[in-house]
Design a protein around this ligand. Structure first.
Ligand code: NAD
Length: 550
């Protein structure tokens, strides 16, 4: 028989698609998805294994469903998770069924009624408690993010970014709500008094990418929770390990656990979430962003889309070339180039092109791989195996069409992980994939330009418009170019300054296919409601009586 309110599977067999009850418990209560397979003697009958090993508990909230809800036909297949450093499949996740997602969203919706109506001070208090729990689990969060990404150093800042964002919003949220409230009398109808309310979207769905899993899945949930939404997050199926410690931080903050949960799964799960929530924040690729936008449009719910980029950097004739090489390299290869605002194309004035290439190659060759020690060197493995194949394909296409590789080259398999040394290419053209499509690797294709107008035209010759960079001899010259670029953020005299913009609370729009409605602060998750009060007599529809009133 099946039990309601389960706590954990003794064997922690997260692969066991035949038992929702064990699986739902792993999702909500323990997230014990990292355990090994069923013991061999029970492998032949997984259902028995799970029946034999579940135990009841007083667990409340999360994915608890009744025994009658069990239906094998709706089971989703377990998804393999690859370790980016070893290349091995060392984990399986089993996504929830449609029914489980619908039930989870219904529960969140119910709990949100209290959360959304509570005074902001209450939410601030709860979020502060959660920040404490994040701090308490910081080491485990870092470890899990590092397993997900293969990164050493970069994972160390991931929980700090979330904690910093929570504490910053605790400080600024009261002013945001205060400033947004309006009250007065309508100039056209002075007898009508008005005031505005900010009403949260009840349930927000956050769908995250693999390239900064903990940060990008969790950061967008923070303003939604402050706004008063309940939130369901689905990180990428490529990087789900951090969810287990993250769920612990949430469970240890009971008021938050009612309105905040994570689920694992792939695009199918993402689609189910879109069907059950009231607003979506999606970070990912353009093709999937389009699917999400279409699904949201069908339901008339808003979608905030944060999509890909093909960021250009312009280096002018007057630039300090050493500084430019330092900035371009950092902007292109940080996180193995797997950052949405990585520098992906470089345009250099023809008179300084060769000197710049010499410096860039010299700088690039100083960079070391994080191999074999994750904490030594600057570049880790590709997180997703498929990304290494895309980058290799872009390089092959470019070389076939006449590009020359000056340093670096193809991805290499080291201990099962796929790595790539910083790669500099010249003789590239806009007929090559490497100058048009998102590469998402530590690759720097450099192209000459003659005039300032050429530089602007080439930089804008893309369907992306996330960010860009300009490095010139003077700030005036750099700014003049920056103002002509079709990109949401432009770094001047450096690259990769987007983070500084986040710190300042800026919410630039993404241009073109790089996103839509990308303002993702608290206000993005709030609807404005006008309440209008007639302080005089209601007007009659009868003409004569209307005249009498006038
Ligand atoms: P992806 O589009 O493959 O997947 C992103 C997420 O969407 C995953 O969780 C995936 O499971 C889910 N998904 C896939 N299909 C879906 C569907 N039909 N409906 C709902 N959800 C679906 O992207 P990725 O490869 O994980 O991430 C890399 C991409 O993300 C790059 O293009 C990168 O530039 C972009 N990105 C953008 C930003 C930004 O702020 N603009 C930040 C980071 C990454």
């Amino acid at each position: 028989m099946y039990h309601n309110r389960l706590d954990t599977c003794f064997y922690g067999d997260y692969n066991c698609a035949s038992s929702y009850l064990v699986r739902e418990t792993a999702l909500a209560s323990d997230f014990d998805g990292i355990a090994g397979p069923c013991p061999p003697e029970l492998e032949s009958n997984r259902r028995d294994c799970c029946e034999a090993t579940v135990r009841t508990s007083g667990y409340k909230g999360g994915f608890v469903m009744s025994a009658s809800a069990f239906d094998k036909s709706t089971a989703r297949k377990p998804l393999p998770v690859r370790n980016p450093r070893t290349g091995e499949i060392d984990m399986y996740i089993t996504p929830p069924s449609s029914e489980e997602i619908a039930a989870a969203c219904a529960r969140l919706r119910k709990a949100q009624e209290t959360w959304g109506r509570a005074p902001l001070e209450h939410r601030i208090g709860v979020m502060k408690k959660w920040a404490d729990r994040l701090q308490a689990h910081r080491a485990r969060l870092i470890e899990a993010d590092s397993m997900d990404t293969g990164y050493g150093q970069i994972s160390k800042v991931a929980p700090d970014m979330v904690i910093g964002s929570v504490l910053r919003m605790c400080a600024i949220a009261p002013a945001i709500f205060e400033r947004s409230h309006r009250a007065g009398r309508s100039p056209g109808a002075p007898n009508v008094a008005y005031r505005t309310n900010l009403r949260p979207y009840p349930v927000a769905g956050i769908i995250g990418p693999w390239n900064a899993p903990l940060m990008l899945s969790t950061l967008h949930a923070v303003p939604a929770l402050f706004a008063g939404c309940a939130v369901i997050v689905k990180p990428s199926e490529v990087t789900p390990r951090f969810v287990k410690p993250m769920m612990e931080t949430i469970r240890e903050t009971p008021e938050l656990a009612e309105v905040f949960t994570f689920v694992v799964g792939d695009g199918d799960t993402g689609q189910e979430i879109v069907e059950n929530v009231d607003i979506i924040n999606f970070t990912g690729s353009v093709p999937n962003g389009r699917k999400v936008a279409e699904a949201c449009a069908k339901r008339f719910i808003p979608s905030i889309l944060e999509l890909g980029g093909k960021d250009p950097a312009i280096v002018t004739e007057t630039a300090d070339l050493q500084k430019a090489a330092t900035a371009v390299l950092r902007g292109a290869v940080t996180s193995t180039g797997q950052v949405c605002f990585s520098i992906e194309r470089i345009y250099v004035q023809e008179k300084v092109h060769d000197a710049f290439i010499e410096l860039l190659v010299k700088e690039a060759e100083r960079v070391e791989l994080n191999y074999p020690d994750a904490h030594h060197g600057q570049i880790g493995p590709f997180i997703a195996e498929r990304q290494a194949a895309i980058v290799d394909d872009h390089l092959d296409d470019a070389v076939r069409k006449g590009a020359k590789i000056r340093t670096g080259g193809k991805s290499e398999n080291l201990g099962g992980g796929l790595y790539m040394r910083p790669t500099v290419l010249t003789d590239v053209t806009h007929d090559m994939k490497i100058m048009r499509d998102e590469t998402f690797g530590p690759v720097m294709p450099v192209m000459k330009y003659a005039t300032e107008a050429d530089a602007v035209r080439l930089a804008n010759d893309t369907y992306f418009g996330l960010s860009a960079a300009v490095i010139a001899g003077s700030e005036d010259e750099a700014r003049r170019l920056a103002d002509q670029l079709d990109a949401g953020t432009v770094s001047v005299q450096d690259t990769f300054l987007t983070f500084a913009g986040f710190g300042a609370g800026l919410q630039p729009d993404a241009f073109k296919f790089s996103g839509m409605g990308s303002r993702s602060g608290i206000l993005a998750f709030l609807r404005s409601q006008a309440v209008l009060t007639n302080t005089a007599e209601p007007a009659s529809i009868i003409e004569e009586e209307l005249k009498a009133v006038r």
